[in-house]
Design a protein around this ligand. Structure first.
Ligand code: HEM
Length: 298
């Protein structure tokens, strides 16, 4: 699901809200001048006001942009372009190192200001409540996206262009199909290792292979099944939207090498290979430990 849909879902932003905000457009247009004057009178009390908005040229430019942002909230068009503009506001403020609490505090002022206009202009209390609810939602969405540029949570990805957003959507679908394919392949591999497991028993029964070799072969097959199961579990977690633990792959590689060691251990002339495999397992073990340690620390 893309960010726009996620945001609308999280804030339960629906058609009624769009209708309400569009309904407020003309009233807000009539109050734009007062809005800008009010916001500026409020933010001019900030200690660093003159540092961030030092001269008339910058202030006028900011006021024009603020006006555009304000009216846009009541345009009824809340698409990816809208989110991109919000993200850009956050980035511009972050670039000038504007403290995020200045934005939050100003948003609080703006909320009270819009509420006061609604309370002044409408008598019906149900209507007032409904309008205020929609205004709160759009202001919270604005604050959320603007501030997330500061925090850079990485959770809220908004593509820079429409083309980028299409590419991202396509590649995420493709990646989902690949994940499904991987899960199916892993299930097939498990089934094949099971066949290997029973084949070893069959070989032992039919061709009289040494008992020791059969036990080692069976243990090797079980080791691989265990590692594939771990990998499968991680893949399923990823399909469910959780984080994939890359260490599961290292686990599988270690299991495959351990299986080889078990087999080679029965052949006395292969001690050189066993030593190399042992060294490889040691290296993989260190990587596995480091990855799990990093996961536990974060
Ligand atoms: C809810 C609060 C605020 C909103 C909605 C807002 C909105 C905006 C917008 C729309 C822009 C233009 C972004 C662009 O170029 O695309 C902008 C830029 C800027 N904002 Fe704000 N702003 C807010 C609070 C503040 C505060 C509190 C300050 C300073 C005390 C501030 C200082 C600036 C400055 C310096 C720029 C860059 C202006 C320029 O050089 O063009 N903003 N803001």
């Amino acid at each position: 699901m893309d960010t726009l849909h996620k945001i609308k879902l999280i804030y339960a932003f629906n058609d009624k809200d769009v209708e309400n905000l569009k309904f407020l457009k003309s009233i807000m247009e009539a109050n734009t001048k007062e809005f800008i004057a009010g916001v500026y009178s409020y933010i001019s009390n900030f200690e660093d006001f003159s540092k961030f908005l030092p001269d008339d040229e910058i202030r006028n430019r900011h006021q024009e942009k603020l006006k555009f942002w304000f009216l846009n909230m009541f345009s009824g068009e809340y698409n990816n372009d809208y989110l991109r503009r919000l993200k850009r506001i956050g980035e511009v403020h972050q670039d000038i190192k504007l403290p995020s609490h200045y934005v939050s505090a100003t948003m609080n002022y703006i909320r009270n200001y819009i509420h006061s206009i609604i309370l002044k202009n409408f008598k019906d209390s149900d209507k007032k409540d409904s309008l205020i609810e929609s205004v709160n939602k759009i202001l919270d969405i604005n604050l959320d996206i603007i501030i997330s540029s500061y925090i850079d949570e990485g959770k809220l990805y908004i593509a820079a262009t429409k083309f980028e957003s299409k590419i991202i959507k396509l590649s995420s679908k493709f990646s989902y199909v690949l994940d499904l394919f991987l899960v199916l392949t892993l299930m097939l591999s498990t089934a094949m290792v099971f066949i290997l497991f029973f084949f070893e028993i069959y070989r032992f029964a039919m061709s009289g292979l040494p008992f020791e070799t059969t036990v080692v072969d069976i243990l090797g097959a079980m080791l691989i099944i265990w590692a594939i199961r771990e990998l499968l579990e991680e893949e399923v977690k990823k399909l469910q939207g959780k984080k994939f633990a890359l260490s599961a792959f290292i686990g599988l590689a270690m299991a495959a090498l351990l299986r080889k060691i078990l087999i080679f251990s029965l052949a006395p002339h292969k001690s050189h290979e066993v030593a190399i495999l042992g060294l490889l397992i040691l290296i993989l073990g260190i990587v596995y430990w480091l990855m799990n340690k990093k996961g536990a620390d974060s």
